[in-house]
Design a protein around this ligand. Structure first.
Ligand code: IPT
Length: 931
């Protein structure tokens, strides 16, 4: 007992040392610089070839820095050695010349975390990023520039350089090349492949990056392998890269596949740089009213990953980045209206609520393979092998130094759904593989097999199982193989080795003429085979595909370790006899560890867990599951209708006159009318109010209003407090109700700005006006005033930032904030109906006391009859975490990131609902545990 306590103390001390943070980049002395080089095979770091297996992550879609570490650790644990990150200019700049890199915008901290986690960073600062975000990342204030964006027009270029001058020095502080971080590549522009391309612009950006201290290679992501900006061309970058989304972005028919592209031909585009896929489909975005992300996850599921990602490997790609790996949330007014709603889950490997999926498992299998079977980073194309079944194709890649061959067994028609059997003619020595039985290829599956591979002290002749990972653990060469159905593995030995089958059913045959040990088996659970007689003992772990997903691997100071069992093992460190693991469980589980024999004690999240040694030499321990979680019901709400702007008596004396007669915008207002575009008055995000005064002549019968809002937006109008109606974007003629017209009139209009378009074609489409564009009441001139988010470009809330709020009365008066006193509001319960069109608010508070030391992801759910005509903004502790459109959909669950959500404390929800008829109000609202 006593010794256990002492050990625990030691363990806690050790874990403090092992798990402690590192000083930030500025404080850290520079370590020796590293070199990053490349040739047509791969990138190399300090001369060592590296397969870049990268996942896309957007910190600005996860407004909680403590969760950045969670996502990056999950990526690293899943076999990703790199993370690709867009830096969203608009997210950091509310106004020209004003930049914020603090709080949720602290990218220094993000890059420190990446270094701490041990993952390379592929930096993509734009200036244009696309990414289904407002203006494709261009700040709102840029929409009013005269010069064409994404060209060398002086005003635009000056602004773009201004952004680079702010973001680049931060990136430069974290470059691997300077020994201060893990940034290894820097992307210039984004899919700058359409429209009139301007080499002077590209060159100016590259020059600026270099002037700002960027020393890593520069690359660009061509929209497809078209050869734009390849090295040596005007405006060309260092490394050519391209993007690929073969399944497209419509998730309605997730069973319908497109063929997997063969990119082998692209090696000719840029002969001095590796085949680099800067973005390959990792999911799909989903539009307002779309089929939802579950279907996107099916369209790009583990079967898709298996077929398409291995096909890219066979194409010779040694840099693959998957867009997205964690999509996150386009909270507030971040979404580009044409493409997405608040959730940017993307059907990615890691869900918006940070849960691991079967897509993560498949990427882990392939990712681990790319990292441990190192001959993969240098291959030439070999001839296709002959398969006995003509529907099967076997592509080969060969490492010219080691002779290792990579064989991709796939359907010739990669969309095929049939299960087929074949044998493969490997070479003269092995004309029929497998030698026993045949190889079964399921529809929409591929097998990336290895032949002629030296690992540890072993020589693999071939295996019809796939290799997940291998490494020498405490002197034992250990390989984890996986597959389904029958498998056959042949290893070479000088003399007949001793084979012990520790578990499972595996038969072995010795062929003295070849020196071959042949193992035949059916993948089923986990078989363990120990083979002695070579230079070092070999342990083969042969798993079926499902079982393989339960394995984790890390590289520690004492060499590689493997674990099996927990939901997630984030990190492993060995210090003397202690292996310190951090990770998560989903239920009570057994932990099994393959570690050097010197490891005697296991720490799990800093606590000693009693471990016993198995007959097979592994350590096992029991891990507790999470505590159950109960969430409070949201029973009582305070309700208040606002919309005072509709009342003719409302005081708008502090509002700005919307009286500009000229605009830089390419779209001009009708002759004789002022410019009403919200952006021209500094209101770039969210809802805007207009109030127009006119003298009637008496003959007016209609009010005609034109507004552009972006997809799924709307506007509502009142005349002298009388509701005229609500319309989607475009022009709407509202009949004037009897008695509404006076001599002096006030017309009040609330217009939603769903966000600015992207500028994918580099044709200034992000400048499409937002707000009213024209208004006519008879021939009467109208004098307009406009009101938007509090402070406009000078933003009243720098913490939550420019994309959090628009110009609703409640937003401008603190109704969205936790500190607001709503005690005088009437109480109500939900669901509830608000019969008066316009905006009303529902507020409630609740306490959460989730189990300490446990990571639960909580969501807010709204359920209602889709026929009700309202839309809502959901504020949690003042943060606009989602926008709900009841009659459009599809989103009903909104992820609330911990950090913004207090998991141990008081929380405030404020929901602003905008009803368009007498069916407004709000449906049932509940909290849900998302995992
Ligand atoms: C490509 C963009 O580079 C990226 O920002 C994102 O928009 C992604 O695709 C789609 O989610 S553009 C694509 C139309 C090739």
């Amino acid at each position: 007992m006593r010794s256990l306590r002492v050990l625990t103390l030691v363990a806690v001390l050790l874990s403090t040392v092992l798990l402690g943070g590192v000083p930030d980049a500025a404080a850290r002395p520079a370590k020796p610089a590293h070199t990053i080089s490349y040739d047509h095979y791969s990138f190399s770091i300090d001369g060592k070839r590296v397969y870049l297996w990268s996942g896309e992550f957007h910190y600005w879609r996860l407004p909680s820095p403590q969760l950045w570490r969670d996502v990056l650790q999950k990526m690293k644990a899943g076999g990703f050695n790199a993370v690709s990150i867009y830096f969203d200019w608009a997210f950091h700049s509310p106004k020209q010349g004003v930049y914020d890199f603090t709080g949720i915008r602290d990218v220094d901290r993000l890059l420190d975390i990446a270094q701490d986690v041990g993952i390379y960073v592929i930096a993509r600062p734009g200036p244009y990023i696309n990414a289904e975000t407002d203006s494709g990342g261009l700040p709102g204030w840029l929409t009013t520039q005269a010069g064409k964006a994404r060209t060398s027009a002086p005003d635009y270029l000056a602004a773009a350089k201004e952004w680079f001058r702010h973001i680049d020095p931060i990136l430069a502080r974290h470059q691997l090349t300077d020994g201060r971080g893990t940034v290894i590549l820097d992307q210039i522009e984004n899919e700058y492949s359409n429209g009139a391309l301007d080499p002077a612009y590209m060159q100016a950006l590259e020059d600026q990056a270099r002037a700002d201290g960027i020393t890593v290679p520069l690359f660009h992501n061509d929209v497809w392998p078209a050869g734009n900006w390849k090295p040596g061309t005007p405006g060309g970058v260092d490394v050519y890269a391209f993007d690929g989304y073969p399944q497209g972005f419509d998730c309605s028919n997730p069973q319908v596949w497109q063929p997997a592209p063969d990119y082998r031909w692209t090696r000719g585009i840029s002969p001095g740089t590796p085949i680099s896929i800067a973005e390959f489909q990792g999911g799909s975005f989903d539009p307002w009213g779309g089929p939802g992300y579950d279907q996107c996850r099916q369209l790009t599921g583990p079967d898709f990953e298996s077929v398409f990602y291995t096909n890219n490997i066979a194409s010779g790609a040694t840099f693959q980045n998957f867009y997205m790996t964690f999509g996150g949330t386009s909270w507030g007014w971040l979404p580009d209206p044409g493409a997405v709603y608040s959730s940017y889950d993307y059907g990615a490997a890691i869900t918006e609520s940070r849960q691991l999926t079967s897509k993560y498992d498949e990427q882990k299998r392939i990712g681990y393979f790319t990292q441990s079977v190192t001959p993969l980073a240098k291959t030439d194309y070999g001839p296709d092998l002959v398969a006995s079944n003509p529907v099967v194709q076997v592509k080969s890649n060969v490492n010219p130094d080691t002779g290792t061959r990579f064989l991709l067994v796939q359907h010739r028609d990669t969309t095929a759904t049939t299960t087929d059997s074949t044998t493969v003619a490997l070479d003269a020595a092995y004309p029929t593989v497998p030698q026993q039985g045949s190889l079964t290829l399921r529809g929409r599956d591929a097998k990336l097999l290895v032949a002629g591979y030296d690992f540890g002290s072993q020589h693999l002749v071939y295996s019809t199982s796939e290799i997940m990972t291998q490494g020498t653990i405490g002197g034992t060469d250990t390989a984890l193989l996986y597959g389904d159905g029958t498998g056959e593995t042949v290893l070479h030995f000088a003399t007949q080795p001793h084979v012990s089958v520790l578990s499972g059913s595996v038969s072995s045959t010795w062929d003295p003429s070849k020196g071959d040990l042949r193992l035949d088996y059916v993948h089923n659970g986990l078989a363990r085979v120990r083979i002695e007689g070579g230079k070092a003992p070999l342990e083969l772990l042969i798993a079926d595909t499902a079982t393989s997903a339960g394995f984790w691997r890390q590289d520690t100071g004492a060499g590689p370790v493997l674990e099996r069992g927990p939901y997630l093992v984030r990190d492993a460190k060995v210090l003397g006899p202690v292996l310190a693991l951090t990770g998560d469980t989903k239920a009570a589980t057994q932990l099994e560890v393959w570690a050097p024999p010197s490891v005697k004690f296991l720490l799990w999240n800093g606590r000693l867990v009693p471990a016993t040694r198995t007959a097979e030499g592994t350590l096992v321990a029991r891990l507790a599951g999470p505590q159950p979680v109960t969430l409070p019901a949201l029973t009582t709400w305070q309700h208040q209708y606002e919309t005072p702007e509709a009342n003719p008596a409302f005081d708008d004396s502090s509002w700005v006159a919307a009286d500009h007669l000229t605009t830089n915008n390419p779209a001009k207002p009708p002759a004789g009318q002022p410019v009403l575009y919200a952006d021209d008055y500094g209101y770039h995000y969210g809802d805007v109010w207009y109030r127009g005064r006119f003298q009637a002549t008496g003959g007016e019968t209609t009010v005609t209003l034109s507004a552009t809002t972006g997809t799924a937006g709307q506007f509502s109008a009142w005349l002298n407090g009388v509701y005229l109606g609500t319309s989607g974007p475009g022009t709407k003629q509202f009949p004037i109700p009897a008695g509404a017209l006076k001599a002096g009139n006030v017309l009040s209009v609330l217009v939603e700005n769903m966000g600015h378009n992207e500028d994918w074609n580099a044709n200034d489409s992000h400048k499409e006006p937002r707000g009213l564009t024209a208004a006519t009441v008879g021939a009467d001139p109208i004098a307009w005033k406009i009101q938007g988010a509090l402070g406009g470009e000078n933003g009243a809330d720098p913490v939550r930032g420019p994309l959090n709020n628009g110009g609703l009365y409640g937003e401008r008066n603190g109704w969205s904030l936790p500190g607001f006193n709503d005690a005088s509001w009437p109480a109500t319960t939900l669901p509830s109906t608000e019969p008066t069109p316009g905006v009303s608010w529902y507020r409630t508070t609740f306490a959460l006391h989730l189990p300490a030391g446990q990571d639960n992801s909580i969501g807010l759910r709204i359920d209602d009859n889709a026929a009700r005509n309202y839309r809502a903004e959901i504020f949690v502790n003042g943060w606009n975490l989602g926008r709900y459109v009841n009659n459009v959909g599809p989103q009903h669950v909104f992820v609330l990131p911990n950090g913004i959500l207090r998991t141990d404390g008081q929380n405030t929800i404020a929901i602003a609902s905008w009803g368009a008829d007498d069916t407004g109000g709000l449906g049932a609202v509940s909290l849900v545990n998302l995992g």
